[in-house]
Design a protein around this ligand. Sequence first.
Ligand code: SF4
Length: 116
Amino acid sequence: MSIVPDPKFDFWHGVDRMEIEWSPTIDEGKCKGSGICVTSCGRGVFRYDYKRRKVKVVYPYNCMVGCQTCSSLCPEGAISFPGGREKVQQIVAQRDILSRVKEELEVRREALDFKE
Ligand code: SF4
């Protein structure tokens, strides 16, 4: 299985997604195959091994940087994100993501503006 990401997710705030290490790690020993991560992830990161009732990470670079939804949902606590929040904050600082976000807010002002 390829690890090539969906081209839709090639960049994260302008940074090449392949340069950012952020994806779920599954503890095979803990995974009991509920599949809630597979059916909940909106980015198609996982596939399900129906024979063994286990989950596989097949498209790690599709994962949304900072998201940990699958980890929160897993009833067995089998999914982790090494580094967690601290790692994400480090990436945000190192890559000057907040400056990019500031620009994005202006570019997308019409769409994002809260109108009472
Ligand atoms: S963290 Fe979010 S985007 Fe990444 S694999 Fe889990 S549910 Fe999908």
